[in-house]
Every structure is written in structure tokens, then in C-alpha cells.
Design a protein around this ligand. Structure first.
Ligand code: AMP
Length: 591
């Protein structure tokens, strides 16, 4: 259990001089949320009135919300893809946005298709920088003396790419690191810039961990963007502590770190420190790693990582490794827009809510019935008119050329700060399985099972039922697919080898982000098939009905996470199979 406590630090008392300007800004924006929203929409529509997109809907200069909503359709990424393609291929006319597109951010979160390129402008990047400054100001109110120490915060970049027309395309954090971090005079992290900006994951993580170990006494927070990344870093320490402590003892650098700029900068950091090496060996050699974070970095006040949405599954494991330190999730953001900040960051993970910053974009909300998987777009609700307890799908209109764009996230209103609503992140629309960045939806899982089934046909075997589970008891986590098979010919059964191949066939048909995580990042382990006894899925239905489900409405859940159901499935497993090799993936995707 996380032992988080809520520290009294009400917004609005500006005794925190250093960040008074930022805190004042939060108050102003949230107090005047509706007016700010009207202004934001008017500004976006005026700036972009001459774009091909807006001209196509005959807005005729109107900036009024009702006219905007009645004339402009709500869209998803796929609807804009042909226009975005033209921009990426070099059409410099104002298609979506009047300002020049300075770069594309690559999103993983929006659809099942390949790379999603989100147009971004210089001004939009500045807006994001502002939101990060607000986050810092809020954290400073809750944790005193943050500036006096450092953060062991695992940050990673990906190589920057270019579209055919030469426009930059990079992941949003790579963009932030390249544009802001590099230019800062003071590095608040234990990781040197050279280690963060190294596209080779092993070399980057190794160096960041090594520097974090050297500075163990100065570390005040330990984190990474998402909880899954933080856990991977702990796993990394488990696998590499012997080499790391060898380097600390001798003041030398693992020869596997070959990047010249890392090697160069490490000459200024490395020093032989046998006492430190002995201490780390003593801690890491223990079988029980409970509380390891607090032991190695004794001044850590909190963990800094997103633990909402799909990441909530990692809270117990983080609690285990930290010995119950508070876990702080500071913001809610995407490649399309940085939406919101957490104004009560020391709360329990289950209570995390994000306050939408009304200056970041124009926001609308489609009411969503939590009992239905389908989202029927109805009339949208304005930011200040959402109701506490209700769920909504968030829709954004950005300065950079997205109009009434359905991000794909479902949020629940938990309260208001002044007149700006606060939301709990509920889930991504239709996502079944997620271990890291990938978001696997039901049709993709279905296609993967069908792909695997092809291999079983020559053995006269059919998949009669299936379900899945994101198993995070292993690090990295992996997908487990439970299959109930109908084997019609006992003389021609599919053997272990065929079922291993089925695992790989499934992985090959999952989307490119899954395969990237699996191959390039190694953040997802080999997919596992567990074949269950015949009759298991009927038992599953009986279980659901005995717990109140309606027989006539019962559908096999395509993903299960509740312990009794997973236990039931596991108790009926007759064989287990894993992918024996990596799925197909190439970084040479067309941009
Ligand atoms: P991407 O565009 O690839 O950065 O993915 C953005 C998506 O990540 C969002 O639309 C959310 O689905 C998810 N996400 C971002 N921040 C959070 C958060 N604080 N809690 C839960 N999910 C988040």
C-alpha cells in the first residue's frame, strides 16, 4: 500500500515567491475558465480562418461556439490522415494551420494505424513548456527543497526522423528534451544530457543508472514518465548491478557503453569509490528487494511517474520496490496537446485527478455511458459545464490545426478547481491490453487470434474461445492469451512447436507499436498462449452469472484482470507456450 499523505497546501496562497507568477497564472486561468475557452476558440479560428480545412466548412469568420460545433464535424486521426500526408510530403500551403508546421510529433496513442504524425508549431511547443513550468511550480508547493537535490529520472529519446519533405518527426519527449532541456543551464537530473540523448537504450539506461548510483545521497525523487519505464529501470538494476558496482569500484566504464559523447562526459563523473560499491553490492545481492529504492536512494521523497489509466496496474509493484513512498503523477498530456496538471500531487494513486488548463486548447466533452463500450457522439458539453461523477470522451481543437479531434480518452469528472474541472483518467477508448506504450484494441486481438488459428487448421483444430490478460508479474510484462481448443483429430494434434508458432503469428499481426516495444525497446516479453481445458469458458460464464451477469447478455470478456477469474483460468491450464523469436519490426516506416 502506498502511504501517501495529503499535505495541506491550498492553491491561492501565494507565499511561494519563486513560483508566484506560475501559481497566479493557474488561478487566473481556472477562475475564468469559460471566458478563457471562448477566447482560445476565437483565437484559433481567427488565426486559421484561411486554412483549406476551415474554409471547406464555410464558417465565414464565425468564432461562436455553437456555430463552430454545428459546422465542423468531430473527427479522428484517420479522417485527417490524407491532409496530414500532404503536409508531410511537402505541401506548404495552409492546409490545417496558418502557422508553419515546425515539426510532427509521433503519437502512439491515437489509433491502430502505423505512425501518427501530429502537426506542431513553434508556438505550440512553447505552450507545452509553459504547462511543464506550472507542474514544477505546483510540485514546489508540496515538496520543500526540491531545488536543493536532484532527480534520478529516467528519460529517453528516440532518433529524430524526417518526413519525405524533410520536416522533423519525433516523439514528444524527444522534442521536449531537444528543445528545452538541452538549453537549460542547470541540469536538475542526475543523468547527463549525453546519456538521455542516446538512442541506444542499453547505453542510455546503463549510464543513467550509474550516475544515479554515484549521486545516491543527492537524489530527492526517483521516476520516469510512465510507471512501466520506472519498473524497467529497477529490473535493469537487477540484471546489471554487478557490472555497475564493478565500474564504481574501479572508476571505469563498461566497454559496452561505446557512445563517444557518453564516454567523454563520464570521464568527469567516474571515480573509484569502493565503499559505495560495497554498499550497493550488499543491498542488491539480497534476495528480497522490498524497499530497494529507499535503501539505495535514502533521501527519496516520492516516486515521480504516471500511474493512472493502464499504468495503475503497476502501483503495487512500485509500492513493493519503494517501501510505500508516495507516487506522484504530475500531468496528463499527449502528442496532440498537453491537457492538464495534478494540483494535489501527493494524493493516493487511486485519487489522482488532473485539472484541465483552459489555455492549452479548446475542449469539448462527449457524454459517455460507462456501461456501454460504444461511444455515440451526442451534443458536446463545454469545459465548465461537465458534471461531477459523469464520464466523457475528450475532444480538442488546437492552435496547431486539429479541430474537434477525438483524442480517444475517457475521463470522469471528480471536482472543480475554481471553474476548471478535474478529471480522473478512466481509460482509452476500446483498449484491451497495454503493457507499455502500445494500446491493443479488441479488433486487433481478434485478428491476431485469427492469424494464429490459421496454423491450427491443418491439425483439424479450431479456437473455440479466447480471452487475454496483461501479465505484469513478469518484468517486462507480457500478453497471455488463453485459448480453448477443439481438437477434432486425436491422431493429428498440434504439438508444442505449432503452438509456439501460433504465439509468434499473433505477435506478427499486432500493431507496429506493440512490435516496436517488443523488438526495439524490449519493454514487452514474449507472448504466451495458455491452452485451457475444454469447458473452461463455460465455467467462466457460470461464474459471471453467479455474480449477477445476465445470461442473455453475457459475452466472453476478451480481456480479464479480476483475480478470481484469472485464478480460475490458470487453474484450468493444460499447456503453456511462448514465442521463440521476435516478431517482424522495422524502424524504416514511411513518415
Ligand atoms: P502519446 O500521444 O503517444 O503520447 O499518447 C498519449 C496518450 O497517453 C493519452 O491520450 C492517454 O491515453 C495516455 N496518457 C497520457 N498521460 C496520461 C496520464 N497522466 N494518465 C493516463 N494516461 C495518460
Amino acid at each position: 500500500m502506498a502511504s501517501n499523505s495529503t499535505l495541506p497546501s491550498p492553491m491561492g496562497t501565494f507565499t511561494h515567491e519563486k513560483y508566484a507568477k506560475e501559481l497566479q497564472f493557474i488561478e487566473e486561468m481556472t477562475k475564468n475558465a469559460d471566458q478563457v475557452q471562448q477566447n482560445v476558440l476565437a483565437e484559433i479560428l481567427t488565426q486559421n480562418a484561411e486554412t483549406e480545412y476551415l474554409k471547406g466548412f464555410n464558417l465565414c469568420g464565425a468564432t461562436n461556439r455553437d456555430i463552430f460545433k454545428s459546422k465542423i464535424p468531430a473527427v479522428e486521426y484517420e479522417d485527417l490522415q490524407p491532409l496530414i500526408r500532404r503536409i508531410a510530403d511537402g505541401d506548404g500551403s495552409p492546409i490545417l494551420c496558418a502557422q508553419p508546421i515546425s515539426e510532427f510529433t509521433i503519437s502512439t496513442g491515437t489509433s491502430g494505424s502505423e505512425a501518427k504524425l501530429i502537426p506542431t508549431t513553434k508556438e505550440e511547443l512553447d505552450r507545452r513548456k509553459l504547462l511543464l513550468a506550472l507542474v514544477k511550480a505546483v510540485m514546489n508547493m508540496y515538496v520543500k527543497g526540491q531545488d536543493k537535490g536532484k532527480a534520478l529520472y529516467f528519460l529517453f529519446t528516440k532518433s529524430t526522423r524526417k518526413t519525405q519533405a524533410g520536416i522533423l518527426a519525433r516523439f514528444v519527449f524527444t522534442s521536449i528534451i531537444h528543445t528545452f532541456f538541452k538549453t537549460q543551464s542547470y541540469n536538475p537530473y542526475t543523468s547527463p544530457y549525453e546519456a538521455i540523448d542516446c538512442a541506444d537504450l542499453f547505453q542510455s539506461m546503463y549510464t543513467q543508472m550509474l550516475c544515479g548510483l554515484y549521486e545516491r545521497e543527492h537524489v530527492l525523487r526517483v521516476g520516469s514518465t510512465f510507471a512501466s519505464n520506472l519498473l524497467r529501470s529497477i529490473k535493469f538494476l537487477q540484471l546489471n548491478w554487478q557490472q555497475l558496482t564493478h565500474d564504481i569500484r574501479t572508476g571505469s566504464l563498461n566497454p559496452k557503453v561505446t557512445d563517444p559523447s557518453i564516454r567523454e562526459c563520464m570521464t568527469r563523473i567516474l571515480r573509484p569509490d569502493p565503499n559505495l560499491a560495497d554498499f550497493i553490492v550488499q543491498e542488491c545481492a539480497k534476495d528480497n528487494w522490498e524497499g530497494i529504492i529507499s535503501k539505495i536512494w535514502p533521501n527519496t521523497k516520492y516516486l515521480d511517474a504516471i500511474v493512472t489509466g493502464a499504468m495503475a496496474q503497476y502501483v503495487p509493484t512500485l509500492d513493493h520496490y519503494s517501501g510505500g513512498l508516495p507516487i506522484v503523477s504530475t500531468n496528463y498530456a499527449s502528442s496532440e496537446c498537453f491537457f492538464a496538471i495534478n494540483l494535489n500531487p501527493m494524493c493516493m494513486p487511486s485519487e489522482i485527478s488532473y485539472t484541465i488548463m483552459p489555455n492549452m486548447a479548446y475542449f469539448e466533452f462527449f457524454p459517455h455511458d460507462p456501461n456501454s463500450l460504444e461511444l455515440t457522439p451526442s451534443e458536446s458539453v463545454n469545459l465548465v459545464n461537465v458534471e461531477i461523477g459523469k464520464e466523457y470522451e475528450i475532444v480538442i481543437t488546437t492552435y496547431a490545426g486539429l479541430y474537434r479531434y477525438r483524442v480517444g480518452d475517457i475521463l470522469r469528472v471528480t471536482g472543480f478547481h475554481n471553474s476548471a474541472p478535474q478529471f480522473q483518467f478512466v481509460r482509452r477508448k476500446n483498449v484491451l491490453l497495454s503493457i507499455d506504450n502500445e494500446k491493443t484494441k479488441e479488433p486487433e486481438l481478434q485478428a491476431a487470434v485469427e492469424n494464429a488459428s490459421q496454423l491450427l487448421h491443418e491439425f483439424n483444430t479450431n479456437v473455440i474461445e479466447y480471452t487475454s490478460n496483461a501479465d505484469i508479474t513478469t518484468i517486462p510484462g507480457h500478453y497471455v492469451i488463453y485459448l480453448e481448443l477443439l481438437e477434432k483429430d486425436s491422431n493429428n494434434l498440434p504439438g508444442d512447436k505449432v503452438l509456439d508458432q501460433c504465439c509468434l503469428a499473433m505477435e506478427d499481426s499486432l500493431d507496429s507499436e506493440y512490435r516496436r516495444c517488443r523488438v526495439a525497446d524490449n519493454s514487452i516479453g514474449p507472448l504466451e498462449i495458455r491452452v485451457v481445458k475444454n469447458g473452461t469458458f463455460e465455467e467462466l460464464m457460470d461464474y459471471a452469472i453467479s455474480n449477477g451477469a445476465s445470461m442473455s447478455q453475457y459475452k466472453v470478456p476478451r480481456c480479464v484482470s479480476s483475480k478470481p477469474i484469472v485464478d480460475l483460468l490458470n487453474s484450468r491450464v493444460v499447456s503453456k507456450h511462448f514465442s521463440q523469436s521476435l516478431p517482424y519490426w522495422t524502424s524504416e516506416q514511411r513518415l
